[in-house]
Design a protein around this ligand. Sequence first.
Ligand code: AMP
Length: 273
Amino acid sequence: MNTISNIHTLKQELKSKSGSIGFVPTMGALHEGHISLIKQAREENDIVVVSIFVNPTQFLAGEDLDKYPSKMLADEKICDLAGVDFLFTPDINTMYTQDEVLIKAPILRSYTLEGERRPGHFDGVLQVVCKLFNIVNPTNAYFGKKDAQQLSLIKQMVENLYMDINIIECEIIREVDGLAMSSRNVYLSQDERLQSLQISKSLKIATKKIMSGINSCDEIIGYMENTLEGIEIEYIAIVNRQFEKIESIDLKNTIILVAVRIGNTRLIDNIWV
Ligand code: AMP
C-alpha cells in the first residue's frame, strides 16, 4: 500500500494505472463499518483508494472537531491488511485555500433532520466529497447507510452536477449487541454504552411492529419513544427514500431514523424497511 498526502502525487499514480477505481472516503478511527466498505470496494474494483481526512468544514462551532478520535498508525495497518492500494491522507492546507468556491447543499433536503440540528453540516460534507471525487476520479464510491441523509445528498450532488460516478450504498455494521459502529462510540462511558443499546432496540421494535401490520408512523414513533425512555431524543423520523416525511409505512421505501444524545455524545442510527 502506498500512503500519499499530496494531491498531485496521488493523481499521477492513479493516472499511471488502468482499471476501475473504488473509493472509500473516511474521517479515520477506522472500525468494522469502514472495513466492510473497503472490502466491498476491494471485491468490485481494480484499484482501491481510501481517504482519511477529518474535514473541518462539516463540523459546527462547539462540535467535536478538536477531539475527534485519531489513530493513524492503526488505520494504516487496517487499510494495508484490507488490500487498499492508495491511502490518501491530506492535511487541511492541502485540501483548502482561502475564499473558495463553495457548494451549497439543497435547502429543502439538507436543513431537516441532521441538517436542522447541524445547519451547514451538509454544505461542508458535499464540499469535501466533491473535492475528493475530483482528486480520485473514482468509478465507484462507497458510503454507509448509517449516514442515510448524507448518502442521499451525495447521490443528489452526483446527479445534479452530472458526475460520472456510481454511488454504492453499504449496509450498516453493528456490534454484536446491536449498537451501530461509529468512531464516536469511544466517547461513551460504560453506563452510557449500556444505555446506547436502547437505540438499536427501538429500531428493532419498530420493525417488529411494522411486520405485525402496524403502518401508522405516529404509532411506530410512539413505540420507539417508549423504548428510548430516559434518553434525550433529538429526533425520531420516518421518511421515504427521497427523505420526505410520510404518514404511513410504505414497505421497501421507508427509512426510520433516530438521533439521540447520551451524555455529551450524539449518536444516530436508522433502519431501512
Ligand atoms: P466517517 O469516517 O464517519 O466519515 O464514515 C466514513 C464512511 O463509513 C461513511 O460512508 C459512513 O456512512 C460509513 N460508516 C460509518 N459507520 C458505519 C457503519 N457502522 N456501518 C457501515 N458504514 C459505516
